[in-house]
Every structure is written in structure tokens, then in C-alpha cells.
Design a protein around this ligand. Sequence first.
Ligand SMILES: [Zn+2]
Length: 159
Amino acid sequence: MSANEQSMRRVTAIKNGTVIDHIPSGYSLTVLKMLGIGRVMSNPVSMLMNVPSKKIGSKDMIKVEDRELNQYELDRLALVAPHASVSIIRAYTVAEKLSINLGKEIVNVARCAFSNCITANPREPLPHRLIVLSDDPMEIRCHYCGRMQEIDQLVERLI
Ligand SMILES: [Zn+2]
């Protein structure tokens, strides 16, 4: 059995739901947080971490049962997993394949990391806009103060 077939067998274990594959290793907990799993979503979830991957060396994978994630929810994940691949599972088979779109802007996903940015002022209820300069490596700048952001700092400041 090839490594790919083995990972597909892991995937096919759920009856209905969503499988998010090719998450960079170590980011599955962040992805769960970004999806609001455990907070606004109480569906059964399973996680595989550090699965060998030909494509990205080592990856994480998440399976959400009985819930089809929509494109809006998936696009939020672009901050940490822009190259993840998503399968919608119905009756144990892949019914749809979706991908994550990293647009030119990431809006209301995370806050600028700088405390003296205008977005940190509660009297200025501005949308949180981050400009994507490059996706590989990821380079992100705040729309308002223009400062470059570290992904790990943004992850601590998810909205
Ligand atoms: Zn800023």
C-alpha cells in the first residue's frame, strides 16, 4: 500500500462531513480554533498530526463529522493553511473537493499585532484588514499601520 493510499484509508473513516488535508504540521489546533470548533461547533472532530506527506513532508489532517464547511469558513484558514485541500464526504465517499482561497486581503480573521495601531482603539470600530503581499513564504502587512505581521503573532490574535 502506498503512503497515499494509507492516508486515504484514514480519511474514508467518516460517513458524512469535511476532511481538511495538507495542513502544515503543528497547525491543526489553530485550524480548529479558527473554525470555532468546541466553541460554536460541537460536532465530533478527529485530528491526525504529523502524518508523512510527499507534498509537504509532514502534515496534519482534520475530520469534522456531520458538517460541510462552506467556502467562507474555509477561506479564513488561508492564514495558516493556504494550500490545504478539502473534501466533502457524503456516504463515505468524496462528494466534492474544495480549496482554500487566499485573497489579496484577509478581513476580520486576526488583529494587527501592534498595540498602537488604530485598530487597537475600541473607539475606532474598523474592520481588521490584513494585506497579503506573498503566499510563499507568507508575507502580511496591516492595511492601516503598514507594519509587517508575524503569522504566529496573528494566530494569537484571532477574532
Ligand atoms: Zn496595524
